[in-house]
Ligand binder design. Structure first.
Ligand code: HEM
Length: 400
């Protein structure tokens, strides 16, 4: 389309604060949009769905773009890309090794433990009469749960937290030429996490536990199904996913409820809405705003030719507000029916941790709104984290 206006710029502060008006304009003006940098952005639900489920759109084309997997002077022995960046059959083999730990049944068994963590965190906050929902609940809950599942220490030390955040932020830099610093920090963070996890392996080989790390080590020792670099890559993926996503479901979700008091009151009145409320909060302000694929052959999307190798971005946040799929998409409705949002993706890479994230989100949000009937946003400006692929707040101060 003939325009000099830049329609998709996630680094623009206004976009960063509130991307949804931008998505709506783009969806209407140019739904299969080629940016000046040459990549394509999809904002319609059906097109994003096609991108995620059509096997012609894959991940292997990304490998040269993943700086952390390329040998360099600062990263001489890179790990292979995780399963999130693999196509079948490698993806199929790796995913099969961990699915058992994340089935809805395995996750449901963790309910009492998740409730106990939430209660303990809220006991502490209630004594103080105020809290930062991010630091005091949304972040520590999933971190504690994933560390426990993996069998790595719940080590809240600042370095690990920083590496996890740097690695998550580096997702922003994929395919963007002007993001060298973000990319390099991601490379270093991945290396540092790998070095840290490597130090845990000898002890766990000697004394295996009931955790996922011990189970993966056993597979690695048995033979040819998993190499040590693949194991480390998997560990980093699960660890970072556990640190950087559910926090934003809880944070963005609580913020949305505080900004829609009638919906908050409705959720308090009808406890049965906890499940549909979390689905709506996921749709409303998705923690993962976009993902991407590259086609292995020349393809078309909605009649637009897309040459092989083109980076195609699916704007999940935009798909979730597409009026063609969600009646009155900008209305928050905690009882919304038939809510097939794409916040956990779709197809073979559908979020492995979806059941876990849902349960953590339901317990955390429901318990918070019930235990804090006077919950209110504290005055002050809200600041969003720098990452724009992963959308979340730096802090969410509230009074109880
Ligand atoms: C609200 C929280 C979460 C959201 C919104 C979310 C979102 C997503 C999305 C959109 C994808 C697909 C990406 C793509 O297709 O390119 C994905 C994949 C994945 N997620 Fe999550 N996620 C969340 C929580 C978690 C948790 C808690 C874990 C595990 C600890 C996890 C582990 C994974 C893994 C391993 C994959 C890759 C699956 C594969 O490649 O087959 N996620 N997630």
């Amino acid at each position: 389309m003939a325009t000099t206006e830049i329609l998709f710029n996630p680094f623009d502060p206004a976009f960063h604060r509130d991307p949804y008006p931008f998505y709506h304009r783009l969806r209407v003006a140019d739904p299969v949009h080629t940016t000046p940098l040459g990549f394509v952005v999809l904002t319609r639900y059906d097109d994003v769905l096609t991108l995620l489920r059509d096997p012609r759109f894959g991940r292997e084309g990304f490998h040269p773009m993943l700086a952390a997997s390329q040998p360099s002077p600062t990263n001489p022995e890179p790990l292979p890309p995780s399963m999130l960046f693999q196509d079948p059959p490698v993806h199929t083999r790796l995913r099969a090794l961990v699915t058992k730990a994340f089935t809805p049944r395995a996750v449901e068994a963790m309910r009492p433990q998740i409730q106990a963590i939430v209660d303990r965190l809220l006991d502490r906050a209630q004594e103080a009469g105020r809290m930062d929902v991010i630091d005091d609940l949304a972040y520590p809950l999933p971190v504690e749960v994933i560390c426990e599942m993996l069998g790595v220490p719940t080590d809240a030390h600042a370095a690990i937290k920083g590496w996890s955040a740097d690695l998550a932020r580096s997702l922003d830099a994929i395919g963007l030429p002007a993001a060298d610093e973000i990319r390099e920090r991601g490379v270093q963070a991945r290396r540092a996490l790998a070095d840290y996890f490597r130090t845990l392996l000898p002890e766990r080989r000697r004394r295996p536990g009931p955790d996922l790390l011990s189970a993966l080590l056993e597979v690695e020792e048995q033979g040819d199904r998993l190499t040590e670099p693949e194991l480390l890559s998997m560990l980093i993926l699960l660890f970072v996913a556990g640190h950087e996503t559910t926090v934003n479901l809880i944070g963005n979700g609580v913020l949305a409820l505080l900004r829609h008091p009638a919906e908050l009151a409705r959720l308090r009145r009808e406890p049965g809405l906890a499940v549909s409320a979390v689905e709506e909060l996921l749709r409303w302000d998705s923690p993962v705003q976009r993902t991407a694929r590259t086609p292995a052959t020349d393809v078309e999307i909605a009649g637009h030719p897309i040459p092989r190798g083109t980076l195609v971005v699916g704007a999940i946040g935009a798909a979730n507000r597409d009026p063609a799929h969600f009646p009155d998409p900008d209305r928050l409705d905690v009882g919304r029916a038939d809510n097939r949002h794409l916040s956990f993706g779709f197809g073979i890479h559908f979020c492995l941790g979806a059941s876990l994230a849902r349960l953590e989100g339901q317990i955390a949000i429901d318990t918070l709104v019930r235990r804090a009937p006077a919950l209110e946003l504290a005055p002050g400006e809200l600041e969003w984290r720098q990452s724009s692929t992963l959308r979340g707040l730096v802090a969410l101060p509230v009074t109880l």
